[in-house]
Design a protein around this ligand. Structure first.
Ligand SMILES: Nc1ncnc2[nH]cnc12
Ligand SMILES: [Zn+2]
Length: 333
C-alpha cells in the first residue's frame, strides 16, 4: 500500500466548477451579508444534505446554494478562497468552469461574475504565482437559444475567457444540440471542452468529439464501454478530466477501489485527476490524488505521469508547459 504524499506534486486543475467550491460556511456568511433568507437553519444542516444519489440530486443543491452570490466581491471571494486552497495543494495552473446562466437568470450581470473571478485570478497570480483562466459553461438542460445568447453577450470580451464548456444534467441533453453554439465559440477563437460520459452513454462522447470538436472530454469514464471510442481517444491523445471522488459521491462508481482510472491509464489514455465540486464531494484536488494513490496503489512514477498529463492537457502555452513539466519530472515523493 502506498502512502505517497502528492501535496507538493506540481499539477494543473482542469475540471473545477468554481460554484462547486462554495463551502456551507461561505453560504451562510454571504447570506447574512446580502440579506438572503436560506431554506437551511445551520451549516451542519446544509452539510448533512450532502449525500447524493445521482448527478441531479447534487445539482439541485448546487443551484440552490448559489443564490447567495450577488456582487463582484462575492465572486472574487469565492474564487480567492479556492485558489488559496489549490495553491496549498500543489496547483500551479487552474482552468475554472463557471455557470453564467445560473447567475444571469437570478438577475446578476454576466460582467459582475466574470470581473469578480478575473480579479481573484489576478490576485492569485501575484500572490502565489498560480496561472489560470475561465471556461464559460453552458447549461445543457436549458434551451440552446439561451446558450447562444449567453455566448453572444460575451463575444466582445472573449479574450477574457479561455474557452467554453457544457455541463449540468447530461442524460437526455446530447452534445449534438449545441453544435451551432460550439461552432460560434470556435469562430471566436475560444477553446472548447464538454462534459460527456459522466452519466451519459459513449455516444455522447463521440458527439462531443465529432460535432462539437472538443479538445478535452470532462469525465468520460463511460468511454471504456466502447473499445472503438477508447481507440479514438488514445490515437488522438484526447485528454479526459476525471474526478474520482465526484464519481463515487454521485454513484457513477461504487467505490474508489472500482474506479476505472488504472484501466484508462493502461489503455494509453491521457487521464487527469481533478476535483469537480470539492465543497460538495469531500475533497479538493490533492484529496483526489491521494485517494486514488492509496486506493489504486499508484506509485510515484504513475502519479508524475498523471500530473504531467494535466499540464499537457491544459491550455497553457508551450513555454509554460515545458517549465511545469520539468518541475514534475524533478519531483520526488
Ligand atoms: N459533475 C458535474 N456534471 C455536470 N454538471 C456539473 N455542474 C457542476 N458539476 C457538474
Ligand atoms: Zn464537472
Amino acid at each position: 500500500m502506498t502512502h505517497i504524499s502528492t501535496r507538493s506534486l506540481p499539477k494543473a486543475e482542469l475540471h473545477l466548477h468554481i460554484e462547486g467550491t462554495l463551502e456551507p460556511e461561505m453560504v451562510f456568511a454571504l447570506a447574512e451579508k446580502n440579506g438572503i433568507a436560506l431554506p437551511w437553519s445551520s451549516v451542519e444542516e446544509l452539510r448533512g444534505l450532502y449525500s447524493f444519489t445521482d448527478l441531479q440530486s447534487f445539482l439541485d443543491l448546487y443551484y440552490a446554494g448559489m443564490a447567495v452570490l450577488q456582487t463582484e466581491d462575492d465572486f472574487a471571494e469565492l474564487a480567492g478562497a479556492y485558489l488559496r486552497r489549490a495553491a496549498e495543494q500543489g496547483v500551479r495552473h487552474a482552468e475554472l468552469f463557471f455557470d453564467p446562466q445560473a447567475h444571469t437568470t437570478r438577475g446578476i450581470a454576466i460582467d459582475t461574475v466574470i470581473d469578480g473571478l478575473l480579479r481573484a485570478l489576478a490576485t492569485a497570480r501575484s500572490e502565489n504565482g498560480i496561472t489560470g483562466g475561465l471556461i464559460l459553461c453552458f447549461l445543457r438542460d436549458q434551451p440552446v437559444a439561451d446558450a447562444m445568447a449567453t455566448l453572444e453577450s460575451v463575444a466582445a470580451r472573449s479574450a477574457d475567457l479561455l474557452g467554453v464548456g457544457l455541463d449540468s444534467a447530461e442524460v437526455g441533453y446530447p452534445p449534438s444540440l449545441f453544435e451551432a453554439v460550439f461552432s460560434r465559440a470556435r469562430e471566436l477563437g475560444l477553446h472548447v471542452v464538454a462534459h460527456a460520459g459522466e452519466e451519459g452513454p459513449p455516444e455522447y462522447v463521440w458527439e462531443a468529439l465529432d460535432l462539437l470538436k472538443v479538445e478535452r472530454i470532462d469525465h468520460g469514464v463511460r468511454s471504456l464501454e466502447d473499445p472503438l471510442l477508447v481507440e479514438r481517444l488514445r490515437r488522438d491523445r484526447i485528454p479526459l478530466t476525471v474526478c474520482p471522488l465526484s464519481n463515487v459521491r454521485l454513484g457513477g462508481v461504487a467505490s474508489l477501489d472500482d474506479h476505472a482510472l488504472p484501466a484508462m491509464l493502461e489503455a494509453g489514455l491521457v487521464v487527469t485527476v481533478n476535483s469537480d465540486d470539492p465543497a460538495y464531494f469531500g475533497g479538493y484536488i490533492d484529496d483526489n490524488y491521494s485517494a486514488v494513490a492509496r486506493a489504486l496503489d499508484l506509485d510515484a512514477e504513475q502519479l508524475r505521469a498523471v500530473a504531467a498529463f494535466s499540464v499537457e492537457a491544459s491550455f497553457l502555452g508551450a513555454d509554460a508547459k515545458a517549465t511545469l513539466l520539468a518541475e514534475i519530472a524533478a519531483w520526488t515523493a
